[in-house]
Design a protein around this ligand. Structure first.
Ligand code: SF4
Length: 356
């Protein structure tokens, strides 16, 4: 298996990269779209960026919103026509609470557009599990608690949900499909001592990969880093031990447990990733990115309520340059590193390119 989390994937789309700047009049389709089909979720994780009051993400989110079925089918048809390569379903809410997810993924299954989803895993059962196993490229389940009691406390769900999720994951891997099953361990002070045992347990039930990520507790990078500082030796030791014991060609451990400075500070004045991975929200608004979704002041690109996504996307290029990340994005950004790489790529001096 090749590298799954490498930031170099985007450099396989040369034509798209060349089209990004304002100097080039072309608009090419996004490579990937994150769709938030619903804002409903039965879990209430204390750190959920869409619910935590101290995090800006989701500030204008309406919890009951979901994309109407006809609109979802129109979006999927548009993506197919436009040549969008992939769709990731994510929150807002949990995509598996979306009432038309079966219809949406059945349609995608017979299209060239690849799909994947994030989920809490409690609804990964029945027909949806079968379709995802057979046709989805990957599925990623977020986990924090390490047993029924702790999981219920993290998520305000009834006891027994942890056992249910673990059983769902195990059953999912026994279906004969090709879907790659990953878990992200959201790491905080309480579960930090359990990282190694969680990895061991998840490997034993057949999960393909584990990503260990820090829980985001603040918009301010220094506050995040200070929260995680004392946990670093404990978490890193366990990750290393787990890598030595469990990592092999069928099981990947991805260490994303790191400080967050690189994701906050930005010096560039336009954002390449807006044109690479935009977000369609459950409110039928198109947003710049995951980190500004449901922010109507700073993240809104426009609405597709009364027009197709395809018409909206290709209508004018100026909309992609309204945001100045050096001023408007002084907060967590998932793709800051990627944006910096792309700017460096586009800014390479032509006269000196041959001197590699
Ligand atoms: S937060 Fe990041 S991805 Fe979003 S608009 Fe700003 S720089 Fe771009």
């Amino acid at each position: 298996m090749g590298l799954l989390y490498t930031k170099m994937k985007v450099f396989h789309f040369r034509e798209k990269l060349e089209s990004l700047s304002a100097k080039n009049p072309d608009i090419l389709p996004p490579i990937q779209i994150r769709i938030k089909p619903t804002n409903v979720c039965a879990h209430n994780c204390w750190y959920c960026a869409y619910k935590a009051d101290n995090l800006k993400l989701g500030k204008d989110m309406v919890k009951s919103d979901h994309i109407p079925k006809d609109k979802m089918i129109e979006i999927i048809n548009d993506c197919t026509e436009m040549g969008v390569r992939s769709i990731t379903f994510s929150g807002g809410g949990d995509p598996f609470h979306y009432p038309y997810l079966v219809e949406a993924v059945k349609k995608l299954a017979h299209s060239p557009v690849k799909f994947a989803s994030l989920t809490h895993g409690a609804r990964l059962e029945g027909e949806l599990a079968e379709i995802f196993s057979e046709y989805a490229t990957w599925l990623r389940v977020s986990i924090d608690g390490w047993d029924d009691a702790s999981y219920s406390e993290y998520r305000s769900v009834p006891q027994g949900e942890y056992t249910r999720v673990m059983k769902n994951l195990e059953a999912f891997k026994k279906i004969s499909g090709k879907c790659y099953l990953g878990v992200v361990l959201i790491t905080d002070k309480k579960n930090a001592p359990h990282v190694y045992s969680q990895i061991e347990k998840l490997k034993n039930i057949g999960v393909n990969s584990i990503k260990i990520s820090p829980c985001i507790v603040s918009e301010v990078s220094a506050e995040n880093n200070s929260y995680h500082k004392e946990l670093f030796p404990l978490v890193k030791d366990q990750i290393q031990k787990a890598m030595n014991s469990f990592a092999d060609s069928n099981f990947e451990i991805y260490d994303a447990y790191h400080t967050l400075e690189e994701r906050f500070e930005k010096s560039y004045t336009w954002c390449p990733y807006i044109q690479i991975v935009p977000v369609i929200g459950a409110d039928m608004n198109v947003y710049t990115c995951h980190d500004k979704a449901y922010d109507l002041d700073e993240g809104l690109l426009g609405s597709i309520k009364d027009q197709s996504f395809k018409n909206f996307w290709f209508s004018n290029k100026e909309k992609f340059f309204k945001i100045n990340p050096s001023k408007d994005c002084n907060h967590h950004c998932m793709v800051n590193f990627n944006n910096n790489l792309i700017h460096e790529y586009l800014n390479a001096d032509e006269d000196h390119l041959d001197f590699v």
